[in-house]
Write a protein that binds this ligand. Structure first.
Ligand code: COA
Length: 376
């Protein structure tokens, strides 16, 4: 066999160009369309950042009002989709629910083959508006509660809280949630985004691409890590035990969820902002133990392995303190990342070339097929 240099996991491989975001691990920075993500998180809301990702620039007041009005108008889902969600196995993971619900939404859209960029943007807006409604419907159904319809008088994040819990929490909680959505929105060619680009490259439709993205995001090495972080923290339970727990876990060569990153090796650019807002949640709710545990775990991991927390590490306890069930953390990631996925789907479609890499075959040499009767 000819020697080929296989880049397992496409590690370090540049597969295309993009104008959407840039990850700069050497200076610990991430920009969306040129703006540092931490500045966007502090100064904008999630709707403004979505507009930026889809249109290339931040909206002015009129543009934001129009965008927000359109999003609010698209939030309701059909009665059929509601009953599909309530008919799902109550024990299925909410990521399976949202994956199925997006697929169902695609089946409701009989014109989804339209491949014009404007059509895709309209469908992206429809997905952005309806995904929270679908997640909240599943959240309430799984708790045996009635579904709460979206409220067009509320902003994106406020409305989600209302649909899940029946009320809008304190502004600090809404802001922390909104910040998490901004930080989760986009991250270049991560596994789920690349999945959506691969599917789009076959000229398939946006719903199929998003369903594929949700499947990729579900895995614990990607978006599913935010849930695993909280399971781990609950397993440790006592902050005083965090350091010892980590030392034992490392000795046992366990994979520690919420640590490490394929691109960032000196720390994740989004973590300081999310940690600050997770700490605010601890202050608001009085649940100080999770952030104490955070510090203990981080201290040992950095000292022993020089591996730093990624965004899922502070996001997990922040969502927990906001009152979300653990298995809804990754669906919340979906309602944010739909923005990045859609931007990439549109970018891929506008300058498309079928994504079809090669493999290095190292299986059996060529052999002869024997008739069935002659096989031992
Ligand atoms: N816990 C324990 N060890 C870890 C680790 C973690 N979270 N992340 C990386 N390492 C170790 C690896 O075991 C490897 O050690 P070795 O050289 O002794 O074999 C070394 O660090 C290099 O890691 P590698 O597997 O090459 O990094 P990667 O780029 O393939 O992995 C992740 C990136 C994200 C898959 C990995 O860090 C991970 O699994 N993290 C936990 C899941 C997670 O939080 N995912 C969300 C990512 S945003």
């Amino acid at each position: 066999m000819t020697e080929v240099n296989v880049k397992k996991g496409l590690d370090g491989v540049v597969v295309d160009e993009t104008t959407i975001s840039k990850v700069m691990p050497e200076i610990n920075s991430l920009v969306y369309r040129g703006y540092p993500v931490q500045d966007l998180a502090e100064n904008c809301n999630f709707e403004e950042v979505t507009y930026l990702l889809w249109n290339g620039d931040l909206p002015n007041k009129t543009q934001l009002e129009e965008f927000s009005k359109a999003e609010r108008g698209l939030r309701p889902i059909s009665a059929n989709l509601k009953s599909m969600i309530t008919s799902l196995n109550k024990k299925c993971h909410p990521m399976d629910s949202i994956r199925t619900a997006v697929s169902y939404l695609g089946a409701e859209d009989s014109n989804h083959w339209d491949n014009e960029p404007g059509e895709k943007k309209q469908r992206a807006l429809n997905l952005l508006a309806k995904i929270p409604t679908m997640i909240a419907a599943d959240f309430r159904t799984k708790k045996g509660q009635d579904i709460i319809d979206p409220d067009p008088s509320l902003g994106f994040s406020e409305n989600f809280f209302k649909m899940c819990f029946g009320e809008v929490p304190a502004p600090e909680v809404v802001k922390a949630f909104d910040v998490s959505l901004i930080l989760y929105a986009e991250h270049s060619f991560n596994a789920s985004t690349f999945t959506t680009r691969v599917i789009t490259s076959t000229m398939s439709d946006i719903y199929s691409a998003v369903v594929g993205g949700i499947g990729a995001l579900k895995g614990p090495l990607h978006g599913g890590a935010n849930e695993q972080v909280m399971h781990m923290m609950k397993e440790i339970d006592n902050p005083a035990k965090a350091e010892e727990w980590m030392l034992t876990a490392l000795k046992e060569k366990r994979k520690i969820m919420g640590f490490g990153h394929r691109v960032y090796k000196k720390g994740d650019s989004r973590v300081p902002t999310m940690k600050k807002y997770a700490q605010k949640m601890a202050d608001v709710t009085g649940q100080s133990k999770w952030m104490q545990m955070y510090d203990g775990l981080e201290k040992i991991m950095v000292a022993e392995k020089n591996i730093h927390p990624n965004l899922d590490f502070p996001a997990g306890p922040a969502y927990y303190m906001m009152g979300f069930e653990i298995d809804f953390f990754t669906p919340v990631f979906v309602m944010s990342r739909i923005t990045g996925w859609s931007a990439h789907i549109i970018e891929q479609a506008e300058n498309n070339r079928l994504i079809r890499p090669l493999s290095a075959y190292n299986g059996q040499g060529e052999r002869t097929v024997k008739p069935l009767a002659e096989r031992g």
